[in-house]
Design a protein around this ligand. Structure first.
Ligand SMILES: Nc1ncnc2c1ncn2[C@@H]1O[C@H](COP(=O)(O)OP(=O)(O)OP(=O)(O)O)[C@@H](O)[C@H]1O
Ligand SMILES: [Mg+2]
Length: 226
């Protein structure tokens, strides 16, 4: 899988209409693990929404394996996302009426590549790996912010995505839980050669990523090592 962005810009409609993103070109390939940094309001979530197919950019294109994502109709784009893209939302977006297990099984049921029994087994294994064994049948509203986030991580990994977008995945977590989450994201993506992009301000993550990109004034800049 390769991911390419070309001549992308985004301006939210409205009275103020400021341009949020203006990216000439960005190309990622199998196995790339990127730390995306940028101050609050710099456009990280906007970029993830565009790359995941949820937000049509004002201009420009997103290509997966040289096929334009926004060349697909909305329903086909939703299917493409369900099959190939894992997205850990900044606000988690869990379904409130479903337990942790049911939330994680949702994308598996949608993809239908596993039998229902295998879907359940996979979802339980992911929740256990995220240290949520005691919360498998718990509703999101009865969980802490960090527990909800970990359910969202399990849900995003469920279908072995080719691209994983994680928006501030450690923001609600203590040091240990943050390490559990990042370890699992990095090792899962390394094993499957998936592309991983993590948006974060967390200084603890810097040393864990060789590829770092700063989003500033709407543009991406390769960050220096150090
Ligand atoms: N739905 C929207 N409608 C209008 N403007 C928006 C919308 N969402 C975001 N913006 C604007 O776009 C800019 C970028 O927002 P975005 O959420 O992408 O930033 P971010 O880098 O993810 O910030 P944070 O670190 O706080 O999560 C901000 O100036 C914000 O006001
Ligand atoms: Mg954001």
């Amino acid at each position: 899988m390769n991911l390419r962005i070309e001549d992308l810009s985004h301006t939210y409609p409205g009275a103020e209409a400021r341009q949020v993103l203006c990216i000439d070109a960005w190309a990622l390939k199998d196995g790339d693990q990127i730390l995306l940094r940028g101050v609050s309001g710099s456009g990280k979530t906007t970029l993830f929404n565009i790359v995941s197919g949820l937000l049509h950019p004002t201009t420009g294109a997103v290509y997966y394996d040289d096929r334009p994502l926004y060349g697909l109709a909305e329903a086909a784009r939703d299917r493409y996302r369900a099959q190939h893209i894992g997205y850990i939302f900044q606000n988690h977006n869990l379904i409130g009426a479903l337990t942790a297990l049911e939330n994680v099984m949702m994308p598996l049921a949608f993809a239908r590549t596993l039998t229902p029994a295998a879907q359940r087994k996979r979802a339980i294994e992911l929740l256990e790996a995220l240290e949520l064994s005691d919360y498998i049948h718990t509703l999101p509203k009865r969980m802490s912010a960090g527990q909800r986030l970990r359910v969202a991580v399990a849900r995003a990994l469920a279908n072995n995505p080719r691209v994983l977008l994680a928006d501030e995945p450690t923001a609600a977590l203590d040091e240990h839980s943050g390490e559990v989450v990042i370890d699992l994201l990095q090792s899962t993506c390394a094993d499957s050669r998936a592309i991983l992009i993590v948006a974060s301000h967390d200084p603890a993550l810097i040393s864990r990523f060789h590829q770092r990109v700063d989003l500033h004034a709407g543009q991406l800049h390769e960050a220096q090592w150090a």
